[in-house]
Design a protein around this ligand. Structure first.
Ligand SMILES: Nc1ncnc2c1ncn2[C@@H]1O[C@H](COP(=O)(O)OP(=O)(O)OP(=O)(O)O)[C@@H](O)[C@H]1O
Length: 347
């Protein structure tokens, strides 16, 4: 039924799977619920995420990736295996997989990713840099000698890169993104309103009224949680301006990384970026006022794709047609054997 070329965006918050000829067939939270008494997995993906913050003491919800890289190898393997089985039924099926990874990862982190995908049933695995996948997914032509800039604001990392001729000219991966905005919102609401809210509530507020610059018509949302003093349930109204203040610190740090990449960009490529704009992808691109924030701080206009969350996964699908060109042919499918050989070579 399904083809065998699969693109996976294994994200800190969300996993998306693209299948050649079928488009995006899976989009689920990268979450796993464990029964602490038996150490057995009891839910994965959407079902596990629904339990977050609502479990009894015998259950715990984990995210096997932290800040863009695998932090719990065994859980990551189980999770990807579950998602692959979910999309193809329980047929014996060994796909070729392109998987994206942050532009700055250590060799150990890259090998853990490749091993986990192999372990979950893939025949061949090829890693691709997230900004490259994002540009491909947004339909940006990276084959020419022209500077293209990508800012991908995900759940755990913000990847910033300048791309030209299928390669990365300069890049950084800042370990600050959507999850840090959520933590900042929890902290802000506690300090400002004396109200304790959970991470899911913070994420909901961010999605409803979160913004990166002052909005002409501020939106309002209801934050529900527990009063710190009375211990009783309570709600308060929070506005876009409150959230802007809450997220100011991580936003400023992300912007200073964008600026430092621009400062390090060769002038010819800078001229191209000024003319073509900056692609902003990842869930963070959906924050209110994103185009204005980019323009005011960098002088370049922002390009926001129709669905910024799906952009990287679409790009992993498109990467199959240009794997040989990515990084001058340095990219190749990694079998378990050559992953270990590379590992031995580096030791
Ligand atoms: N409408 C929205 N407004 C603001 N933030 C959003 C919105 N939708 C999703 N997000 C945030 O985007 C983040 C997830 O984005 P994405 O799926 O691109 O990241 P990821 O691939 O899981 O993470 P990473 O690339 O860091 O590994 C989450 O923090 C989520 O809260």
């Amino acid at each position: 039924m399904l083809g065998t070329d699969i693109g996976i965006d294994l994200g800190t918050s969300t996993t998306l799977i693209h299948v050649k000829g079928h488009g995006i067939v899976l989009r689920e939270p990268s979450a796993v619920a464990i029964d602490r008494r038996t150490d057995k997995i009891c839910a994965i993906g959407e079902e596990a995420y629904r339990m977050l913050g609502r479990t009894n003491p015998n259950l715990a919800v984990y995210f096997p990736l932290q800040q863009g890289v695998i932090s719990d190898y065994a859980l990551a393997e189980e999770m990807v295996g579950f998602f692959l089985k979910k999309i193809c039924g329980y047929r014996i099926w060994k796909p070729s997989v392109v998987v994206c990874m942050p532009s700055i990862v250590t060799g150990v982190e890259q090998r853990a990713l490749i091993k986990a995908i192999h372990g979950s049933g893939a025949r061949k695995v090829c890693p691709v840099d997230e900004p490259i996948a994002s540009a491909l997914g947004a339909g940006i032509d990276i084959s020419t000698a022209r500077g293209r800039m990508v800012v991908d604001i995900g759940g755990g990392t913000t990847d910033i890169a300048v791309i030209s001729l299928y390669g990365i000219s300069n890049a950084t991966s800042v370990r600050l993104a959507g999850n840090d905005f959520n933590h900042a919102i929890v902290k802000y609401v506690r300090h400002t309103f004396g109200l304790l809210i959970g991470e899911r509530m913070a994420e909901q507020l961010k999605m409803e009224v979160g913004c990166v610059c002052h909005m002409e018509e501020p939106k309002v949302a209801l934050a529900k949680g527990r009063d710190i003093l009375s211990g009783l349930p309570r709600s308060v109204e929070v506005t876009s301006d409150h959230l802007l203040e809450a997220m100011k610190e991580p936003l400023d740090l992300i912007m200073s990384s964008i600026k430092s990449i621009l400062e390090d960009t060769p002038p010819e490529l800078s001229g191209d970026i000024y003319q073509d704009g900056i692609l902003v992808s990842g869930g963070g691109a959906l924050l209110g006022g994103m185009s204005q924030w980019i323009l005011e701080n960098t002088g370049c206009h922002a390009i926001i794709p129709e669905d910024p969350v799906e952009c990287v996964a679409l790009g992993t699908g498109k990467a199959f047609s240009c794997l040989d060109k990515l990084h001058g042919g340095l990219y190749q499918y990694q079998t378990i054997e050559n992953t270990y050989n590379n590992q031995k070579g580096q030791e």
